[in-house]
Design a protein around this ligand. Structure first.
Ligand SMILES: Nc1ncnc2c1ncn2[C@@H]1O[C@H](COP(=O)(O)OP(=O)(O)OP(=O)(O)O)[C@@H](O)[C@H]1O
Ligand code: SF4
Ligand SMILES: [Mg+2]
Length: 358
């Protein structure tokens, strides 16, 4: 089974859901210091003012090339990283700068699944200790004891209760990721930030883990932010997709719109690199080869950050920062020359229908 075997979620036609997570102007600049006095001589602008919301029960896919700020964003959402600017409101509470003590009860509601199932599990601890750790850390008593709760969780993520006394090295990559997911689920969180949850796994295993995440979402009413550099991974699990480039969100919108009618050239480039598994669906999209690597986030290009690699760049792109503009219902992009908006910005009341995915 591969990612393409995961059945896509139906397009969301339901009533708008209230946001569980609201992020405004979120920023993380890592200082660069020099000398014994650690004088600051610059900053890595890892995340440079991003805005988005995630509704309860929704999945937001966050994609972009290596180094664009995805992990830093995820770590700020889970408060493993202190933001240098902006605001994070979770479930109606401003959690941007909560102290460790005041964040503690919230740790139950917000959990992270990490990129590397090999290094994120302590090799000296048994599976029982690892998955049961959140109960101990939060002093949570379970009805039939921690061991029983952990064994239930192991079963729920497709492992065996017998695995309780085993060590991480006895498991495959996919199984280890299931252990990480069981640990994240222990306290029944509301939000899970999954940072590249399948990119370290064999392609044949990836779809199984994505399917598991989807099943768990339905069962426990979870809200997800799923980070990936590969658009094919988030295609099947996301309701909406945000594309990041050099610390900025350059496009965000409903999954179907972003994949079928991307507005930002960078999204087009990422999409053109995604293999189309079904030959009958092979569209006319030409493969766009991006030149070079992204510029350094220490000294990002002025105005449109993508202009140094964009085949459509003109003078205005080098001098005027394109704002995030709504070009189709709910679909925003930061580009002076959007790919699929010949009539310019979207005006409510003139709903254009996005062709359904075949
Ligand atoms: N603790 C840190 N100190 C200084 N710079 C950092 C730190 N953490 C991340 N960075 C830098 O911030 C930028 C964004 O890093 P981040 O890990 O968020 O990117 P990413 O999109 O997750 O990349 P990848 O796909 O490789 O995981 C990179 O340039 C990275 O080098
Ligand atoms: S604003 Fe200009 S340089 Fe930036 S993505 Fe759009 S066309 Fe390319
Ligand atoms: Mg990362």
């Amino acid at each position: 089974m591969t990612i393409s075997d995961v059945s896509p979620r139906p397009a969301d036609a339901g009533a708008p859901r209230p946001p569980l997570l609201e992020v405004t102007g979120l920023t993380k600049h890592f200082p660069i210091t020099r000398g014994v006095l650690r004088r600051q001589i610059g900053a890595v602008k890892a995340v440079d003012g991003i805005d988005f919301t995630v509704a309860a029960g929704e999945t937001l896919g966050l994609v972009g090339e290596s180094g664009c700020g995805k992990t830093t964003t995820g770590r700020m959402l889970t408060r493993l990283e202190e933001p240098t600017g902006g605001r994070i409101v979770f479930d109606g509470r401003d959690i941007t700068h909560l102290s460790v003590a005041r964040m503690r009860p919230l740790r139950r509601d917000v959990q992270m699944v990490f990129q590397d199932p090999y290094s994120s599990l302590n090799p000296r601890h048994t599976v029982g200790t690892i998955v049961g750790a959140p109960y101990r850390l939060q002093s949570v008593k379970t009805e039939h004891g921690t061991k029983r709760a952990v064994q239930d969780l192991l079963e729920r993520v497709g492992l065996s209760p017998e695995h309780y006394n085993r060590y991480p090295h006895e498991f495959s990559g996919g199984q280890r990721q299931r252990i990480g997911i069981a640990r994240a689920l222990a306290l029944r969180p509301k939000l899970i930030v999954a940072d590249e949850p399948v990119s370290a796994l064999d392609v044949s295993i990836q779809a199984q883990v994505i399917n598991l995440l989807e099943d768990l979402q339905d069962e426990f009413g979870l809200t997800y932010v799923v980070i990936a550099h590969d658009l094919s991974v988030v295609r099947h699990i996301s309701d909406r997709v945000a594309v990041m480039y050099l610390g900025h969100i350059v496009e965000i919108g409903p999954r179907q719109a972003v994949y079928e009618k991307p507005q930002h050239p960078y999204t087009s480039a990422l999409l053109s690199a995604v293999p189309v598994p079904d030959v009958t669906r092979r569209d006319n999209r030409e493969r766009i080869r991006l030149q070079g690597d992204p510029p350094s986030p220490i000294d990002p290009p002025p105005a449109c950050p993508f202009h140094t690699r964009c085949w459509k760049a003109q003078e205005v792109c080098r001098t005027v920062t394109p704002p995030l503009v709504e070009f189709a219902p709910g679909q925003r992009a930061a580009c002076h020359f959007p790919e699929n908006a010949p009539d310019g910005p979207y005006e409510p009341g003139t709903d254009s229908i996005v062709a359904p995915a075949s």
